[in-house]
Design a protein around this ligand. Sequence first.
Ligand SMILES: NC(=O)C1=CN([C@@H]2O[C@H](COP(=O)(O)OP(=O)(O)OC[C@H]3O[C@@H](n4cnc5c(N)ncnc54)[C@H](OP(=O)(O)O)[C@@H]3O)[C@@H](O)[C@H]2O)C=CC1
Ligand SMILES: O=C(O)C1=N[C@H](C(=O)O)C[C@H](O)C1
Length: 261
Amino acid sequence: MSALRIGIAGVGGRVGRLLVEEVRAAGHVLAGGTARAPDAGLRDLLGEAPVLPGLSELAPLCDVVIDFTHASVVHDHALILAQAGVAWVLGTTGLDPEAVADVHAASGRIAVVQAANFSPGVVLVTRLARLLGAALPAPAYDAEIVEMHHRQKVDAPSGTALAIGEAVADGRGVRLADVRVDGRSGHTGPRGEQQIGFAALRGGQIVGEHSALFTSASEQIVLTHRAFDRRVYATGAVRAADWLRGRTPGLYSMEQVLGLV
Ligand SMILES: NC(=O)C1=CN([C@@H]2O[C@H](COP(=O)(O)OP(=O)(O)OC[C@H]3O[C@@H](n4cnc5c(N)ncnc54)[C@H](OP(=O)(O)O)[C@@H]3O)[C@@H](O)[C@H]2O)C=CC1
Ligand SMILES: O=C(O)C1=N[C@H](C(=O)O)C[C@H](O)C1
């Protein structure tokens, strides 16, 4: 199989730097990366591959762009990649509804894999959460999602927590937006029977922990995933980039990449 030319948006970030190694380890060509103020260490890491100020400069060099940046740039990235006809692996979380619509619009013109979490374990946990949501219905079972991440994380609840919550809601045949409760505090009154609650903890350098708890009057079932090394996200994203080879435009999931659907 021929090598892909892969660009990394946010190459100086925690995941971006690992992607440099994983793209090369998979035998692909590192086409370059974006960083607004690259230091000498980052330029050394990329070697011959250019560090560019933005995606407009990077996109023409790529078959696929892997993007772990910030929700505020998703709109621009969607337009640039759709215009350039370059496939997109999108890992950025914390998207607002407008950014979600921008990703959908771009996927009419280019192939996109979007996932809140590229770890295979989380894909499976999310599937199990859907099954448990259906098998352990409200009001007998209260569903709550707890996540913990490093102190630098800027969005809450995590994209993964929300995806797990969506799966539980889907299993229960309800819309998450109708039953979602974030971070209770103060005189909340008793728990609403249908609620799916979210709690986000932050501290230290925790890579990513997610639990879905189903609690009844007589028992509790807890599904937990812990990431020990964020390389698991980079490996999964490169796998998604490879899978996109030759795909028609559309919005694809990590479940599809792993052949689970
Ligand atoms: N789907 C998944 O599996 C995972 C998703 N994530 C998500 O990926 C994203 C990045 O995570 P992480 O690597 O930890 O974050 P970092 O903050 O370490 O890196 C983010 C990168 O994005 C760039 N960036 C930030 N703001 C802007 C902007 N306004 N314009 C252009 N570039 C910008 C920064 O580049 P610059 O050098 O220019 O400042 C930086 O290198 C987050 O949304 C996180 O939640 C994280 C891990 C796994
Ligand atoms: O910011 C992170 O670190 C992570 N973000 C993703 C999320 O919001 O779910 C994935 C993973 O949990 C790590």
